[in-house]
Design a protein around this ligand. Sequence first.
Ligand code: BDR
Ligand code: CA
Length: 312
Amino acid sequence: ARKIIIDTDPGQDDAVAILMALASPADFDILGIVAVAGNVGLAQNARNALKVVELAGRKDIAVYAGCERPMRRTLVTAEHVHGETGLDGPDLPLPKLQIEDQHGVDFIIETLLAHEAGSVTLATLGPLTNVAMAMIKEPRIIPRIQEIVMMGGGYFEGGNITPVAEFNIYVDPDAADVVLRSGVPIAMLPLDVTHMILSTPERLARIRGLGNKAGEAVYQMLSFSERFDLNKYGSTGAPLHDPCVIAYMLKPELFEGRHINVVIETSSELTIGMTVADYWGVTGRVKNVTYLRSGNAEGFYELLTERLSRLP
Ligand code: BDR
Ligand code: CA
């Protein structure tokens, strides 16, 4: 099984991604889940991560809290998308599990130093603050990271929080910049992909039809965020973002893209947080990212539904 750390700001779509990973023990050895400030504040995101772990009946998975604000900028949150709790929709019990005492950034550092170099992947579903802070605090971890698979960015589709910026990158563009310049192999699942992975009523009905607790909770979560996205995009289903990270690690053949250069705009008032993707190779800058541009929605939902069927 591939060793992963999940860094996240749950978030309904983060929660679905975590459930998908928890449902795949033969594929993933989840070393820990680290919360970061993003969709809502840090404490609430960490609590939501605990709720998801408990929903899956996986009390063995430790949850850590990382940074409560971006490196330089003021925190921007997204209650308008995810609700006041960040995980509105299902009625999940308050968690009994506790957040670990160790700081999430130190957990990332310690874990990478303790495992063989090149054997741990970071799956990031939120702003990149924790990962960048770990790289700055302990640069010896950088060459030890096997890969970073991230949901973030967007180029051909434009942005979702400004006309050009995607939320995860926008919240902490400085952190994204540190991570993209680190030299670590990166796979990026941007809005260009996630806007193809639409949660249509039929797909959600199939998930609910599984008849288990996890299927019902995912149905409630995605029906909640859908209300926002249906109004926004007028499509027949809302985009599903973060689970693309897990699906890509399970079945990379569901996605297509190119190895290219991506840099982050960190200063312009107008375009801050933009992922400037050199898809056509016009700059000669170093290729640092496998930029996925499209995904197979049918194949994705088949995989997601099958994985969720394994949960309580
Ligand atoms: C990203 O922003 C968050 O609101 C979602 O959880 C996802 O990680 C999409 O832009
Ligand atoms: Ca997220």
